[in-house]
Ligand binder design. Structure first.
Ligand code: GAL
Length: 852
């Protein structure tokens, strides 16, 4: 009896608990819809700021900090693609571990209080190998990618369903109480769909209804898809999207990719996008009715392993993003955008209430006013002229608007922010070289600890096979490896007409890319590289009798963009001929019987990940010879700063640290000489090649090694060097947070946006004067010296400031007094503080300070 009564009690308790649980879930589940103005969450329109972080481009250990820095920068949403090739490397064999732990990533965003936009694709572009498609997909019988093709649609549906189910299972959709407020299907198909003819239309319709059928409970978007069927929201990608309008008045104006910089390619200079222009683009978007904007990328990260797309995308995916590849804030980019976000949020009530009323304030001058019935008012004043600054009159007040800038007035009166007036200091981050002690701390040189294994030249594996003619590379390797050997024996009698004197000839090779090494009788005779076409004429010496011609073709990331990108192909497709240097006679080699080997012997034996007895540590260490595996051990650089390996001295290859692939290295790939500018004018439309640096230098010498892959000592570095290099020249570096701060604030700058409080919009202090604020980025540091300070007309940039014709003699002592010994300080930029060094001139305060 007693037991039965207890049981009933327990049951009752269980029921109550269950009920509470149901209530809690129901209470936290959010209803996400949209209307003409915005995404609507639980009945309230939202102004949202989003940023892309692609989870496999960093480590799970880095995620919490990256997400926190995003939140601190004013983001509401983290946007990520889902990387099919990483999640299903072999058909039906899934991977959601480590860097591919999508669930963990989404949960971490939720934990930080951020929403998630999940761009499932599953085609993602993204400078990711094969656009994110696993290469096995190419071999599905009858398949045609991204069109109305049954085998493709079946696979696309299967993977999309898999992801949606996983998210549902983990209750990650907002409709279930999770952070995901939006999902994307396909990616920029509208850019290329005309190449797919009529089938494109039915494919896009099918994609939409397939996605909808998965019933996520939150809206879907398609980017760059003007004909996106209802209720899919068509969204904009680009450097500017203020002119964009969605395809229905019932859809909000959304920007899914605002390119914060651009990606780097091997052989290219480094693109950067000035923050004044980026902020201008964002402000213009919200000025013109936008309510959702995403930075692509907010943190770019690293293309580890063989994930970089291409061809020829670099291993770094830094993107000049607000958070740099190593996870450090890029200043003043991050700080200026943070201020911008704050200013936009101050306008939220007015922004969501109504469409803007747009009026002209003169040629290239525009005001947008958001005014609600309840009396809140926000205004955006723009000067879209690329050269002339302007003074405009708005509501009876006068405002200074630099060329190509927007001022944000959250109360329609006072300027909280101007996109061209930066209130955040430049912080110079720098790499500190670390001389690495070899493992065990012995005083020996790191180089003396290297061992090596020579990769055989030509065919060495049992699975090599014969085929007449030249094979396309991706179809042959299935991208299991970057490497494919094309090998041929040819008998020379000595009297052939294509032979020049001394049995010399020219080997002509044509390849679709990206690198070819030609070995004649076991010796490297020549090499070349190219994106999609290589044409080589290599002078060679043949011998009478049998000659071996071994061609090693190497891919550097499979194409990820464009119509039929999956079919562009790679490798030596010919012609391949032997000819006389004098012209005339030649013989065709292409149609002969070639021997093929997919991948390297060292890849099969797993030299990168498992130990081998074949490592040779006898000196001398062979250097500057092609096709050598190298190995050494090392202690981790001290401290906790991010680590990089400087590969200067080596040629090209792939590297692993403790079995983890840190990606392809290629420090001998040199950027072209043209098009670089040190100080790019932010005014005027940005394009990917507008602002470039690093011309004539290696595209990438430094390669990120995540801290979590290192232990204090006994770390193993393995590299496969293709070209020939000297690994003993490799050095390590740590990336230091900037200890040097520079900032120039003029009398016409708005006061810091932080002087606005969000609820009342009424300043908590006098908001009329600009302030120069400095803060040491590391909490234990204080401002230890003021290297430069001038209130007047200072000239130059950080590191090279000089006084102009006008300077307050009190500048240095006042700034020193206000700042030295403190982590942060504020100095009002006014004649009240500095006196009047020159009447009738707008003055600035420029300061360079250092922290220690
Ligand atoms: C877009 C694409 C992105 C990325 C970007 C360039 O067209 O949607 O995935 O490739 O270009 O970084």
């Amino acid at each position: 009896m007693e037991i039965a009564a207890k049981m009933v009690k327990v049951r009752k308790m269980e029921m109550i608990l269950l009920l509470i649980l149901v209530i809690v879930v129901a209470a936290t589940a959010a209803n996400v819809t949209y209307d003409h103005r915005a995404l609507v969450i639980d009945g309230k329109r939202k102004v949202l700021i989003s940023g892309s972080i692609h989870y496999p481009r960093s480590t799970p250990e880095m995620w919490p900090e990256l997400i926190q820095k995003s939140k601190d920068g004013g983001l509401d949403v983290i946007e990520t693609y889902v990387f099919w090739s990483g999640h299903e490397p072999e058909k039906n064999k899934y991977n959601f571990e480590g860097r591919y732990d999508l669930v963990k990533f989404v949960k971490l965003a939720a934990k930080a209080g951020l929403y998630v936009h999940l761009r499932i694709g599953p085609y993602v572009c993204a400078e990711w190998n094969y656009g994110g498609f696993p290469v096995w997909l190419h071999f599905v019988p009858g398949i045609k990618f991204r069109t109305d093709n049954e085998p493709f649609k079946e696979e696309m549906q299967r993977f999309t369903t898999k992801i949606v189910d996983l998210m549902k299972q983990e209750k990650l959709y907002a409709s279930q109480g999770g952070p995901i407020i939006l999902s994307q299907i396909e990616n920029e198909y509208g850019n290329i769909d005309s190449a797919y003819g009529a089938a494109a239309k039915s494919y896009i319709k099918w994609s939409a209804s397939m996605a909808l059928s998965l019933d996520t409970g939150v809206p879907w978007n398609m980017c760059q898809q003007a004909d996106a069927p209802d209720p899919m929201i068509n969204t904009c990608n680009g450097f500017y999207c203020d002119q964009f309008t969605p395809n229905s008045n019932n859809k909000p104006k959304m920007w899914t990719e605002n390119w914060s910089g651009w990606f780097l390619g091997f052989g290219d200079p480094s693109p950067y996008r000035p923050v004044e222009d980026l902020a201008f683009a964002v402000a213009r978007f919200y000025q013109r009715g936008g309510t959702f904007q995403n930075y692509y990328m907010y943190y770019g990260g690293t293309n580890f392993d063989r994930t970089s797309g291409g061809p020829l995308i670099s291993t770094s995916y830094d993107y000049d993003a607000p958070i740099d590849e190593y996870g450090l804030l890029r200043q003043p980019k991050w700080g200026h955008l943070r201020d911008l976000h704050k200013a936009i949020k101050l306008c939220e009530d007015a922004l969501i209430a109504t469409d803007p009323t747009i009026t002209s304030l003169g040629s290239n001058l525009e005001a947008a006013v958001y005014k609600t019935e309840s009396g809140s008012c926000a205004a955006f004043l723009a000067n879209v002229d690329t050269k002339s600054d302007a003074t405009v009159t708005f509501n009876g007040k006068s405002y200074n608007l630099p060329a190509w800038s927007v001022s944000i007035l959250p109360d329609c009166k006072n300027v909280a922010f101007n996109t061209a007036k930066i209130n955040s200091a430049t912080e110079s981050t720098a790499f500190a070289r670390q001389s690495l002690k070899p493992d065990g701390g012995s005083s020996a040189e790191l180089g003396s600890q290297w061992s090596y294994i020579k990769e055989p030249i030509g065919i060495s594996k049992a699975d090599a096979f014969l085929k007449p003619g030249l094979l396309e590379q991706i179809n042959t390797t299935a991208d299991k490896s970057d490497y494919l050997w094309y090998s041929l024996r040819t008998d020379i009698k000595g009297d052939e007409t294509f032979l020049d004197e001394g049995s010399k000839a020219v080997l002509h090779i044509e390849s679709l890319g990206q690198v070819v090494y030609a070995f004649i009788n076991g010796k490297l005779a020549g090499s070349g590289h190219g994106k999609q076409k290589i044409s080589l004429d290599i002078p060679i010496n043949l011998v009478t009798g049998t000659n071996t011609i071994d061609l090693l073709s190497v891919t550097v990331g499979l194409a990820n963009y464009g119509a039929f990108f999956d079919l562009v192909g790679a490798g030596i497709t010919g012609p391949v001929t032997l000819k006389s240097a004098k012209g005339g006679s030649s013989i065709d080699l292409a149609s002969q019987q070639w021997t093929y080997q997919v991948g390297l012997k060292g890849e099969d034996t797993g030299l990168a990940t498992v130990d081998s007895s074949e490592w040779v540590s006898k000196s001398p260490l062979p250097t500057k010879q092609p096709l050598i595996w190298y190995k050494t051990t090392f202690d981790a650089p001290s401290g906790s700063e991010p680590v990089a390996i400087d590969f200067t001295g080596t040629g090209k290859g792939i590297a692993w640290v403790n079995g983890q692939s840190i990606g392809r290295y290629w420090p001998t790939s040199i950027a072209g000489n043209g098009g670089c500018t040190e100080s790019c004018d932010y005014r005027g439309s940005y394009r990917a090649n507008k602002c470039l640096k690093n011309c004539g230098k290696p595209s990438q010498t430094l390669y990120h090694v995540p801290r979590s892959w290192l232990k204090p000592s006994g770390n193993i570095l393995v590299l496969f060097e293709e070209m020939g290099g000297d690994p003993t020249q490799i050095s390590f570096a740590t990336k230091q947070t900037g200890s040097n701060l520079c900032l120039t604030v003029s009398q016409s700058h708005p006061p810091p946006v932080d002087t606005w409080t969000s609820d009342s919009k009424i300043s908590n202090r006098n908001r009329t004067r600009p302030v120069l604020s400095l803060k040491c980025p590391i909490s234990t540091q204080v401002i230890s010296s003021i290297k430069f300070a001038s209130f007047g007309t200072p000239k130059g940039t950080c590191g090279s400031f000089t006084q102009g014709h006008c300077n307050s003699s009190r500048s240095l002592s006042l700034v020193q007094k206000a700042c030295i010994g403190l982590r942060s300080c504020n100095v009002e930029v006014s004649t009240r503080v500095f006196g009047e060094p020159c009447r009738g001139v707008v003055k600035s305060l420029a300061v360079e300070a250092s922290c220690s």
